[in-house]
Design a protein around this ligand. Sequence first.
Ligand code: PEP
Length: 255
Amino acid sequence: MRRSIIAGNWKLNNTEKEAVALVTALRNVFIDLTELDIVVCPVFTAIPVVHDVLFESNIAVGAQDLYWEDSGAFTGEVSAPLLKELGVKYVIVGHSERRQLFGETNQTVNKKICAALRYGLTPIVCVGEVLQEREGNKTFDTIETQCKESLAGLTAEEIKKIIIAYEPVWAIGTGKTATPQQAQEVHQFIRRWLVKMYQDKVAMTIRIQYGGSVKPENIAELMAQPDIDGALVGGASLKADTFIQIVRNSSGILK
Ligand code: PEP
């Protein structure tokens, strides 16, 4: 059985004060919600205050990135043990913005996944094609390469601890969502790849989120697809009302 998971990626948004107001609203509304996992990923600097508000709640804190070394001369970086110390449980790895704007590659994504796993953090590993690749019928090739290289060397025990987020780059922050059929087709492709690499029993436990302009209006239809186990939500996670509505419209589905 796969438990649904809805995560909010706040990107570079929200001061400490705004972050506290947002998670206070979420905590109060979701106080009794136990049937799915909810995660918020603030900027690094807001993690401590967000963690304080969410302490002993059913909403977990995630980070948006990490570095693969634990410590040393790596100016500006934040490592897995430091995130662990702050009470972080999840970490987004290989988001398309990091790949496109900050030179992230499948190889650096792989090192970051291994670092997260070493410290018991759950990596949310992002993969997704750009528009040109979709239009050139290269979507499956791109996804396969990203999975193969980003997840290289992971054992069955390790792969069970990760979450994959399929995020078509053309759908991120554009208001253009993949149709439920387009998303399901890629999720199914990823699941079949996992079956090939790790066998059925393992592949069926791995959660695959969809990300790309998720809104309260489209989440239910996306979640109704057999291989979509949750969502990674950007813009719509910045307002309590819309994020609450997304969680409500997606809850109660076990696959
Ligand atoms: C994201 O940043 O992961 C994302 C999916 O953004 P948005 O929901 O705004 O498209």
